[in-house]
Write a protein that binds this ligand. Structure first.
Ligand code: ZN
Length: 392
């Protein structure tokens, strides 16, 4: 019995390896897979046949020969199933339906005012249901749902604390799984954003990157050697709470002078409000800066300076290749970037700065939804479902 189990496990692992190469390097031939994996051609052929039977791989005709018979090329069948990625924000929900390669097929966006947990979760479920309804027919259907959240989550799928939503200890994964009977993965929105940037954005070819999500607060997703760094107990990335003024104003986290008190969207709006004696929203500020209003441009430049102060700490502390700034403030790049870069030049250490790129996200507000869907897809392929189902 034991031996059979081990053999099945080996086969399962080999099959995942073969599928991984087809997913990342297609079109690819069987011979090439054997070459890069070290598996025998016979093993590769048998595993590929199973993957074709399970609709995850297609043959697409003959490729270039390196001498001898021309090989049949294999591609990953991205439309064998679909995933849903959700960014549950403080004021709106953005959800996308993607195929298994992460390509967006459908999008759904709705605003919420978070009157109650029940109402917002109901809207979340309605958004997911809407996209499930729009999904094309496929062999595997909806394989998973990933949800990025503005708070910290534990490994059991509980949202422990989301201060800007006012939520605590919500078993969100369980709530959504029970509704749809589809596997659900939840994570912090900055973690999901980092995964999205690594997979589809500026960080595509980068092994060490920090994605900084600038919203009401500031959070970071840290990718080290290609993997999301979660810290000892899953709570890494609360980078908005590094203190940049040791005796500064009190933060809601209990500390003093936290970075997000100076450099977040909330901080910007607060400065603007104090200056003009009335509340103003980000869209208005962006329009006014675009129209050349100097006092507003100065507000953005000041924000760029404060962003730089925190970014210097990240550069010196982590030595990343890439820092990607995301969130709605990406729209203010042209006023933020120059003060940020000049501060970086003045204050970061020369060696970690040498190979560094700092960019605003090109994915718009898509980093988190794309990352969330990527997480759902990764879980599907890591689960036994695919690897075992057709292993006979
Ligand atoms: Zn704080």
């Amino acid at each position: 019995m034991k031996q059979t189990g081990d053999l099945n496990l080996v086969k399962k692992i080999n099959k995942s390896i073969v599928l991984h190469h087809i997913r990342t390097d297609s079109p690819i031939s069987r011979a090439r897979i054997a070459e890069v994996t070290g598996l025998t051609k016979a093993t590769v052929s048998s595993l590929v046949n199973e993957l074709i039977t399970s609709s995850l791989v297609d043959e697409i005709g003959v490729g270039e020969s390196s001498g001898g018979r021309k090989p049949m090329m294999l591609i990953f069948n991205g439309t064998a199933g679909y995933a849903i990625g959700v960014d549950l924000g403080v004021t709106d929900i953005l959800a996308v339906l993607t195929d298994l390669t992460g390509q967006v097929i459908e999008e759904y966006r709705v605003e919420h005012d978070n009157t109650s947990l029940e109402a917002t979760v109901a809207l979340l479920k309605a958004s997911i249901r809407e996209l499930i309804g729009r999904a094309p027919d496929s062999v595997y259907g909806i394989i998973g749902i990933g949800i990025g959240l503005p708070g910290i989550c534990d490994e059991d799928g509980n949202l422990l604390f989301a201060p800007n939503l006012g939520w605590e200890n919500v078993p969100l994964q369980q709530l959504v799984e029970a509704e749809f009977d589809i596997p659900v993965v939840i994570d912090n929105e900055a973690n999901a954003g980092a995964v999205g940037e690594k997979q589809f954005g500026a960080g595509k070819d980068t092994a060490n990157l920090v994605y900084i999500s600038i919203g009401i607060g500031i959070g970071a997703g840290i990718i080290i050697k290609g993997e999301l760094y979660r810290g000892a107990t899953g709570f890494s990335g609360e980078i908005g709470h590094i203190s940049i003024q040791h005796d500064g104003p009190k933060c809601r986290c209990g500390s003093l002078g936290c970075w997000e008190l100076f450099a977040s969207e909330h901080a910007l709006l607060e400065h603007a409000r104090l200056e003009r004696g009335e509340a103003v929203d980000l869209e208005t500020l962006l329009q006014q800066a675009d129209a050349g209003e100097q006092s507003v441009i100065r507000l953005f430049e000041q924000l760029g300076y404060y962003l730089g102060v925190g970014v210097v700490n990240i550069v010196n502390g982590f030595n990343p290749e890439f820092i990607i700034l995301g969130g709605r403030l990406a729209g203010a790049e042209k006023w933020l970037m120059q003060p940020l870069q000049s501060l970086l030049k003045q204050r970061s250490l020369p060696h970690p700065r040498k190979q560094l790129n700092v960019e605003f996200s090109k994915l718009g507000d898509g980093s988190t939804v794309l990352g969330a869907s990527t997480m759902a897809i990764a879980r599907f392929f890591a689960s036994s479902q695919v690897s075992v189902e057709h292993s006979g």
